[in-house]
Design a protein around this ligand. Structure first.
Ligand SMILES: *Cc1c(COP(=O)(O)O)cnc(C)c1O
Length: 475
C-alpha cells in the first residue's frame, strides 16, 4: 500500500513532463516524437495504478519519472533480434537462426551494401544483368550442373520447381517421401499450392521402379524425389535411387527433380560425420533439377539453391513466380561469399563456422567443460549441483535425424528432491534472462549445457562474464 497515495490529478501532462530539465539530454538525443510516445504510455500506466490506489507520490517525482522514461526509451530502441548462446547441442538450430555465417562472408557487407553495386548490371558492356549470374558459375563449378538459379529459401525452390515444370499436370512422388518438413511445409500441400496434381506411388516403406513406370501417363509432367530429412525408414524398406529413376523419367521424356533439403557440397564423412547426399552426386546421377538450402549444412544465408540442366533451369527462371521469390541483395552477397569459400575446401573447417562447430572433437569439448566446471558450479551453489557429462548432440535442421554427435557439457541438477521441475524451469528462465541469453535443454531431470557451439576464446570469456549476473538472478 502507498504511504502517501497519489491521485490521477497529481500526474503531470506529457508536455509538462517533457519540459523538465532532467529530460533535456534525452530529448536532445532522441527527439520529441519518441519521447512523447513513451511518456504517454508511462503516464497512462501511472494513471491506472493511481485508480487502483497503487501509486505513491514518490513515484511521480521528476527524478523517478525521468529514470523510468529513460529505461522505456532504451527498451524501445533495443534490437528485438539478439545474440544468444546456443548450448542446446543442436548445431543448425532453426529457431536460433540456423547456420552461423562466416566472417569472410560478413566483413565486406557494410561496404558493399552502403553503396550502389552491380547487382543486375553488366560492367563489361553496361547492359542489364541477372542477379543469378553472381552465383551461377560458382554453383555450376561446385556441383557440375549446367545452370543454376537461386530463390529465398528451399521451400520456395521446391514450390517454384513444381509450378514451373508441372503446373496443371501430374507429379509422381513415392509415398515414402511425402514428408512434412515442419510448419506448414508438407509435400502434398506444396504440390497443391503449385497447381500440380500429386500422384502417389509405392508404399510408405517400399517403392519400386515399376511403381513409377506404371504411374506415368500423358498427364505426367515431372517425377520428383524428396529427401526424407527429418525421419528415417528402417527395416524392410527400399526406394528407387536417382540414377535408375532418371533413366525411367528420361525414357518417357520427363524431367526428374530431387529436393535434398540440407544437401552438403562436401562429403561430411571425411571428418567422421554422418553422410548427407551431395547435389553433385544427384546431378551426376542424371537429375534435371536439384534443390537444397543455403542455411543448413551449406553454412550460408537463408536461400534456396536450384541447380540442373540448362533447359529445366531456364524454364524455372522464366516462370513469373520466380520474380516474387527472388533473393534480395543482402543474402545474395553473403551466399556468393560463402560459396567462394568452397573453392578452397581444405580450409573449410576453419573458414566456415558451421563446419568448424560440427567437426570439433568431443575431447576438446570435454576439456572445455572441465575448464568451466568450477566457475559455473560456484555461481549455482548451493541450490544446484554441476558436473561434466558426455552428451549427444545433433546436426539439426532435419539433417541426419537419427545420427547423434558425441559431445560434452555441464549437467546441472537441483540439490534436494523436492520441486525438481520447478527448480530446473527457474534456472532455464534465469539463463534466458541474461544480457546475452543462454539457451539450454532439459532432459531427465537435468539441465544440460552442451558446449559444442561455445567457441573457445571470446565466446567462452563472454559466457563466463555473465555468471555473476546469473548468480544474482537466482539469489
Ligand atoms: C529444410 C527442407 C526444406 C525447406 O528448406 P528451407 O530452406 O528451410 O525453406 C525443403 N525440403 C526438405 C527435404 C528439407 O529438409
Amino acid at each position: 500500500m502507498p504511504t502517501s497515495p497519489a491521485a490521477p490529478k497529481d500526474i503531470p501532462s506529457v508536455d509538462r513532463l517533457l519540459r523538465r530539465p532532467e529530460l533535456a539530454d534525452l530529448l536532445a538525443q532522441h527527439g520529441h516524437q519518441l519521447l512523447a510516445a513513451q511518456a504517454r504510455r508511462l503516464l497512462e500506466d501511472c494513471r491506472q495504478r493511481a485508480l487502483r490506489g497503487d501509486l505513491d507520490r514518490a513515484d511521480l517525482s521528476p527524478a523517478v519519472l525521468a529514470a523510468a522514461l529513460t529505461e522505456a526509451v532504451t527498451q524501445r530502441l533495443a534490437s528485438r533480434l539478439r545474440r544468444v548462446f546456443n548450448l542446446t547441442g543442436t548445431v543448425i538450430h532453426t529457431n536460433l537462426g540456423r547456420a552461423l555465417l562466416a566472417d569472410a562472408a560478413l566483413e565486406p557487407l557494410l561496404e558493399l551494401m552502403s553503396a550502389p553495386n552491380n547487382l543486375e548490371y553488366r560492367l563489361a558492356d553496361g547492359g542489364r544483368g541477372d542477379r543469378d549470374e553472381l552465383v551461377e558459375s560458382l554453383l555450376c563449378e561446385l556441383t557440375g550442373a549446367q545452370a543454376a538459379t537461386v530463390v529465398n529459401n528451399n521451400a520456395a525452390a521446391v514450390l517454384l520447381t513444381i509450378a514451373a515444370l508441372a503446373r496443371g499436370a501430374e507429379v509422381i512422388v513415392s509415398r515414402g517421401e511425402l514428408v512434412e518438413i515442419g510448419g506448414a511445409f508438407r509435400m502434398p500441400d506444396v504440390m497443391a499450392s503449385a497447381g500440380a496434381t500429386l500422384v502417389e506411388v509405392g508404399t510408405t516403406n517400399r517403392t519400386h521402379p515399376h511403381d513409377y513406370q506404371r504411374a506415368i501417363s500423358p498427364r505426367t509432367a515431372l517425377i520428383m524425389k524428396v529427401h526424407t530429412s527429418n525421419y528415417a525408414v528402417q527395416g524392410f524398406a527400399s526406394a528407387v535411387d536417382e540414377a535408375p529413376l532418371a533413366a525411367i523419367a528420361h525414357a518417357a521424356g520427363l524431367p526428374l527433380a530431387s529436393d535434398l533439403g540440407s544437401g552438403s557440397l562436401v562429403d561430411l564423412a571425411q571428418w567422421g560425420l554422418p553422410r548427407e547426399p551431395l547435389p553433385q552426386e544427384k546431378i551426376a546421377a542424371g537429375c534435371d533439377v536439384v534443390s537444397f538450402s543455403g542455411d543448413k549444412l551449406l553454412g550460408g544465408p537463408q536461400a534456396g539453391l536450384i541447380v540442373g540442366s540448362r533447359e529445366a533451369i531456364e524454364r524455372i527462371r522464366r516462370f513469373p513466380m520466380k520474380r516474387a521469390l527472388r533473393m534480395s541483395k543482402l543474402p545474395l552477397a553473403v551466399l556468393e561469399a560463402t560459396l567462394r569459400l568452397y573453392l578452397r575446401p581444405e580450409r573449410l573447417t576453419r573458414d566456415l563456422p558451421t563446419l568448424r562447430l560440427l567437426t570439433r572433437p568431443a575431447a576438446d569439448i570435454h576439456a572445455q567443460a572441465e575448464r568451466l566446471l568450477v566457475s559455473v558450479a560456484a555461481s549455482l551453489a548451493p541450490r544446484y549441483r554441476v558436473r561434466v557429462m558426455p552428451m549427444l548432440g545433433q546436426i539439426g535442421s532435419g539433417s541426419l535425424p537419427v545420427d547423434r554427435l558425441p559431445s560434452a557439457g555441464l549437467a546441472i541438477e537441483p540439490v534436494g528432491r523436492q520441486g525438481v521441475g520447478r527448480a530446473l524451469d527457474a534456472l532455464s528462465a534465469a539463463l534466458r534472462d541474461l544480457p546475452r541469453p543462454v539457451i539450454s535443454r532439459i532432459a531427465e531431470d537435468r539441465l544440460l549445457l552442451d558446449l559444442r557451439c561455445l567457441d573457445g576464446g571470446t565466446e567462452e570469456t563472454q559466457f563466463l562474464a555473465q555468471l555473476p549476473a546469473l548468480a544474482e538472478r537466482l539469489a
